[in-house]
Design a protein around this ligand. Sequence first.
Ligand code: ATR
Length: 277
Amino acid sequence: MMAEISGRTKIAALFGCPVEHTKSPRMQNAAFAATGIDGCYVAFSVPPQELSGAVQGIRSFGMLGVNLTIPHKEAVLPLLDEIDPEAQFIGAVNTIVNRSGRLCGFNTDGRGFMRSLAEAGIAAAGKRVLMLGAGGAARAVGYYLAREASSLVIVNRTRGKADQLAADLNRVNPVVSVADHVSLASPALLAEVDVVVNTTSLGLKEGDALPLDTTYIEPRHAVCDLIYHKTPLLQAASAKGATVLNGSGMLLWQGALAFELWTGQAAPVEVMRAALE
Ligand code: ATR
């Protein structure tokens, strides 16, 4: 249940384009109601050319802050007063906190993913990890995986992007290497890893190819996808006896971490999880 809107209600919001299908309002409004905080979360469809005005609106309206999604996560950086070092490294901000008119940017995606991994009993610490993809999502989760894993191998269709990401991540922790895209079809690659993380968009649409040949997946593997539903990759890995994890936990935890940044209070995670389901 959403709390009543009063003269004191503080607004948090999502800025994206499109936003119609987002589950964040449901999750965040459940959190405001459960904690008794007089807040409300709405989704605004903000076209790229309106982003700067919308960001100024966070100050004008005294908003708690916002979440950002496609296409604003990178474009918003020059509009902020302060950027957390982790978000700076990732080069993308998904959460803005309004500190008395000073807009501070954070990225809760990567940390959210690590919380969902831990919760599923898939600790990355000391594990050998294979990450598929080298786009924005890979940069966010790769930043944390590189810090925890004993090794991190990146494979991407466009090799140059994997090389660049590996070079950047090796400055965080020098455990990162790149394997060629064709190696996805060889047994050797999966033989040398414990955890697979798909950050590519393959699996989002019906009829997409698998991001990885699943022939060599074994029960000892953990296979994770950042996509919210059980993708064909996860279905195939599950059929092979592997532990699987979809991206719904990451969605939950990135939202819980954003709620904590806006309110300074612990997020009611179980209430938020129930609202998402
Ligand atoms: P996001 O922010 O979700 O990571 P992105 O930055 O556009 O989005 O990255 C998309 C990722 O999915 C990239 O790694 C991309 O590979 P390329 O760098 O080669 O473009 C990967 N990807 C998308 N479509 C793909 C496809 N059909 N086959 C293989 N990889 C694909």
